[in-house]
Design a binder for this molecule. Sequence first.
Ligand SMILES: Nc1ncnc2c1ncn2[C@@H]1O[C@H](COP(=O)(O)OP(=O)(O)OP(=O)(O)O)[C@@H](O)[C@H]1O
Ligand SMILES: [Mg+2]
Length: 294
Amino acid sequence: MFAACLPTRIITNHCFFASLTMLSLDKLTKQYKTGDLALNDIYLEIPDGQVMALIGPSGAGKSTLIRCVNRLVEPTSGSICLNETELSSLSQGELRRARRRMGMIFQEYALVERLSVMENVLSGRLGYVSFWRSYFRNFPQTDVDEAYRLLARVGLDHMADKRADELSGGQRQRVGICRALIQNPELLLVDEPTASLDPKTSRQIMRLICELCKERKLSAIINIHDVFLAQMFAERIVGLQLGEIVYDGPPDGLTPDVLTTIYGEEDWESTIEKVKEEDFEEKRKDSTSLASGK
Ligand SMILES: Nc1ncnc2c1ncn2[C@@H]1O[C@H](COP(=O)(O)OP(=O)(O)OP(=O)(O)O)[C@@H](O)[C@H]1O
Ligand SMILES: [Mg+2]
């Protein structure tokens, strides 16, 4: 049996609004054998359906946090609770089942190059089908239908039979997104999804991930280097620095002072101005293409 965590409730002034917490981290600490303290006493709650961006300089602990959640990295101490399941104390079998509930999207896509797009997407179902079915890649028709639906959603249904190594970076990441979603996860863990992509494709991928989270009411943690992409698409930003949370708030709270606290000194005023102009231009393009039905 899974250990249970207590659901959290938010009480507002006027009504009793119950909101389940999808993920909660309590006193999460990770010290690697080398002595590096990658996470120090992290407390974080992610409500159901929230898309949160995790930002911070290189070495801040972003990947470690994501990897502790799915226990690819063993935390040194603390609690990790996924929708009422305490993850930090699961047996191997329980952990395998719990991992189905968390979809991962990686910077380098982690596709099997010689397999087709369809086979790569279906590999997201491996945790659900029997050993022999997966050995012969004999997936149920319902899985194949869902894979086609997902590929159509990300605009790749016409490429189902292509080999993964014939795709561009943006197309590979779309396949990675489909593979994570076919798991039917409750939480998406996304580590630098755009780091290998050009600026325009990066925006498209971030937009796609965030739209899919909304459509499927998924919670997500998105580690991202590009602070302004985070600001553009996430509803909440958490800033890490040397393994500690130094900012937790709305995207528009990332003032030059806050950015200096997270990343150090830079000319944040002019960088923010530039991004505002780009953001305006982006929104203008969106409304033009909507108006013309594109
Ligand atoms: N396997 C490991 N063994 C020892 N130390 C590690 C290991 N992985 C990460 N670290 C250390 O833990 C700290 C946090 O690393 P982490 O990779 O989580 O940072 P990050 O914020 O994801 O950085 P980046 O933006 O460069 O990906 C760093 O000091 C790093 O050197
Ligand atoms: Mg990282």
